[in-house]
Ligand binder design. Structure first.
Ligand SMILES: [Zn+2]
Length: 243
């Protein structure tokens, strides 16, 4: 059986017959891979806790007819240990894993950029230098951008007029000028738009200084933006709904 090596983040696992599990991975070179880990649910498993969600691992996999099989796993960073112990971290990091899987699945191809974004965001969460919610929102905006859904946080997403502008609409691609504004657009505070731009750019000093009400408002807009594009993307690819 041909084997290959890659590094990966464990996205999720589910139990298979007896002591086995199917592990869903975001790999660096092979995109999303679902692989079987044999005997992993036994306490004597050679994999130990290395194939739990959030873990950053070096893997060797054997190519299978349907699913590949994990033959070796070495921990690079046990992010899950810290994340699972903190509810806010766990909630935020879980959304990151789920979003990364959906975005890469849609593309059906390796995405080194998505992979590096995810590893970087997990590392930042565990390091605790920024609020978990800010790391999450920054990750979401940047992963949407890598997937081809970059939001406009300043210039008008419709006509390109330089911002800042006072309207935001997920379906229209973000900020809208007064002329392009469409019904149903949000009217965020100026500080909220600045915060969105800083999250997208990874401008952490600006992110840290935001007013709480703008942070809350931005969080709602980021969620709406991601939800709108993911739902639309999945609708346009009906085969994905079979998963
Ligand atoms: Zn415009």
């Amino acid at each position: 059986m041909p084997v290959y090596s890659d590094e990966a983040v464990v996205l999720r696992t589910h139990s298979l017959a007896e002591a086995d599990r199917i592990i869903t991975l975001l790999t660096r070179e092979h995109g999303v891979v679902r692989a079987v880990a044999r005997g992993v649910r036994r306490t004597s498993s050679k994999f130990g806790s290395r194939l739990e969600p959030f873990t950053h691992v070096d893997l060797q996999l054997a190519v299978g007819r349907n699913l590949d099989t994990v033959t070796q796993a070495v921990t690079r960073a046990p992010f899950g240990n810290v994340i699972a112990a903190d509810y806010d971290l766990y909630t935020a990091a879980s959304v990151m894993l789920e979003t990364a899987e959906r975005l890469v699945s849609e593309e059906r191809e390796p995405s080194v950029q998505q992979y590096l974004l995810l590893v970087g965001a997990l590392r930042a969460m565990v390091a605790g230098e920024h609020r978990p919610g800010d790391v999450l929102d920054s990750f979401l905006l940047r992963s949407m951008s890598v997937a081809g859904y970059a939001p406009s946080c300043s210039a008008c997403a419709s006509c390109g007029l330089e911002g800042p502008h006072g309207a935001f609409n997920p379906g229209a691609g973000g900020a809208l000028c007064a002329r392009c504004r469409v019904p149903g657009s949000a009217s965020p505070a100026a500080g909220t738009m600045v915060h969105l731009g800083a999250l997208l750019a990874g401008d952490w000093p600006t992110v840290a200084g935001v007013e709480p009400r703008c942070r809350r408002e931005a969080r709602g807009l980021v969620s709406a933006y991601v939800a709108w594009h993911l739902e639309r993307g999945l609708r346009s690819m009906p085969h994905l709904s079979e998963r």
